[in-house]
Ligand binder design. Structure first.
Ligand code: GLA
Length: 382
């Protein structure tokens, strides 16, 4: 299957839009920049705030492209931060379980930490049992991105650039990556990814925010009502590598087609739930065509907040924060316990480089990877 089928033409349209202006906006949205400290090896890191004309904001840092806050209204109009995060750069550097980060070169796992492309075997860092997770030892979540503020007619935006050297973390080819974060005046966080390579390689880019729509630090996410547009999911082995099967969700805890509280079946004795200590699985999105299509919807009844995720990607990893173990202290001073946040990482399927039947993650010279994911925030009052 060609890599082009899922690539968004919409992403290309926005990235190429002449209406985007550099610098802070005169009018609607704004982009602010403040220092956020230095990395352990002395690189200055800035914190950027995108604010739209409704007062919603998204904050991110150049280190890892990490989204540190998403402030959106509840049903009474009160803004709260709906993502987990830390206070200090040092915490992001030393103990981050990928909170808010850009993930690459390969989001999720590659089995046995190796793959073969055009007859050559590539060895990756085994940083998750026998497997390679989220790009290896120093993935895109741990590098400092070059950031350029942009402003558009609707909301505010910034472009992040990173060039990954040939052989970095064991992957072939120099990979040039560009990510645009936009906060529109419709309270949509839009993430547009682009990448090119000078040698055939594999790529799977995603964003790893942990959400709690009641607000960061307000407790567990069991009561959030989740809908996922997926008739099938990819069951895994004990090390969370897909078996290759596309299994029906019917009659399993993975059936979120009608909407269900996250906590309703999380303690089920389905063996798949034991492997992930909860949900840590890739869903095969129901989609027609290659454009944006609705992947998931999450509703939090107390605050009335709703998040709808649309994507051009074929899959989404639903992770219920199972490895949070009360050892991390968040920005608001509270402990993060198991299932205090959830992730919905839009992506190609895990271990695709070793699974020829899955949609391909191979990127070749001359091709441009384009991928778009939109998080639309609203409430049951709007
Ligand atoms: C992904 C993985 C999980 C876990 C988190 C980070 O969601 O699928 O298993 O590693 O990242 O802790």
């Amino acid at each position: 299957m060609s890599r082009a089928w899922h690539r968004s033409v919409l992403g290309a349209a926005v990235l190429g839009m002449g209406v985007l202006l550099t610098g802070t906006s005169a009018g609607a949205g704004s982009v602010d920049k403040t220092p956020f400290g230095n990395t352990q090896d002395g690189k200055a890191v800035n914190l950027y705030t995108l604010t739209n004309d409704r007062g919603a904001s998204v904050k991110f840092i150049a280190y890892g492209g990490i989204i540190t806050a998403i402030n959106v209204p509840d049903r009474w109009g009160k803004l709260d931060n709906v993502v987990l995060g830390f206070k200090e750069l040092a915490d992001y550097e030393s103990m981050n379980p990928y909170f808010g980060a850009l993930i690459g070169r390969y989001g999720n796992r590659i089995g046995g930490a190796k793959f073969t492309l055009d007859g050559t075997q590539y060895q990756l860092a085994a940083n998750n049992g026998p497997n390679s997770l989220h790009g290896g030892t120093k993935g895109f979540d741990k590098v400092v991105w070059a950031v350029e503020p942009l402003s558009g007619v609707s909301g505010a935006a910034a472009r992040l650039n990173y060039t990954s050297k040939d052989g970095e973390e064991g992957y072939p080819g120099t990979l040039t990556v560009q990510v645009v974060y936009s906060l529109t005046n419709d309270n949509e966080l839009r993430i547009d990814y682009e990448a090119t390579t000078d040698k055939p390689t594999v790529v799977n880019l995603t964003s790893h925010s942990y959400f709690n729509l009641a607000g960061d630090g307000t407790g567990g996410i069991d009561d959030h009502i989740l809908t996922i547009s997926a008739d099938r999911y990819t069951p895994v082995d004990a090390t969370l590598i897909p078996t290759g099967q596309l299994a029906s969700v019917t009659g399993t805890p993975f059936d979120f087609r009608q909407g269900a509280p996250i906590g309703a079946r999380i303690r089920s004795n389905d063996p798949q739930m034991a492997y992930g200590r909860g949900y840590d699985h890739n869903f095969v999105l129901n989609r027609s065509g290659s454009g944006l299509s609705l992947a998931a919807r999450v509703y939090e009844p107390r605050s009335g907040r709703i998040m709808e995720i649309s994507t051009t990607e074929p899959g989404v990893q639903f992770y219920s924060g199972n490895f949070l173990d009360s050892t991390l202290i968040g920005a608001a001073g509270q402990q993060y316990r198991q299932t205090d946040g959830f992730c919905l990482e839009t992506q190609h399927f895990p271990d695709s480089p070793n699974k020829p039947s899955f949609p391909t993650t191979v990127l070749k010279p001359g091709e441009t990877l384009k991928s778009t994911t939109i998080h639309k925030f609203s409430t049951d009052a709007s």
